[in-house]
Design a binder for this molecule. Sequence first.
Ligand SMILES: [Zn+2]
Length: 182
Amino acid sequence: MRISDDRYSRDRLRLDLALRFLNHGARTHTIRAWTTLSDDRIRKLYSSYVRAANGPPRHRGKSPQQVSFFTRGAHAQHETGILASFFSLLGVVPTTRLADAVHTLPSLARGERICQAFELFTAVFPAARISFEHAIFLVTALARGNEIHYGRCTDCTALVVVDRLTLQETRCLLCARGLRSC
Ligand SMILES: [Zn+2]
């Protein structure tokens, strides 16, 4: 493959990922971080392909920053556990902790896998509370590992997300409500 071809296909991958992020309602600074496209290109991409096709509106303001969103309440924990399981299956979260996850985590390949995981997740939970921006934040927080981390349900060993500050036993929603059949 010639260098120009390689450059072309890399640029194409960037645009494809940016479009996928835009259709999930990602914010501009998130798309910039994961694709390295300029704000101007992201804006043009949005108006040409997303707004023109009546896609989701552009979201502004800060991205989520509170990990308690994922661990407060049984329903939030349940949704988070399912999404985190898809991340685990698709190898989205590195196995070693990353102190500077915000800067070292983004890559085109990982961004694609996050989209795949989020698309599987929204197929299971069409009315999920966890937005795409929350999904990105969850990956980052799990990779950093200082506030939340992967754990196992104490009864059935299902994958759950555990708050490091919580010392109580961790059980998945099904076990906590006695709904697990075996
Ligand atoms: Zn369980």
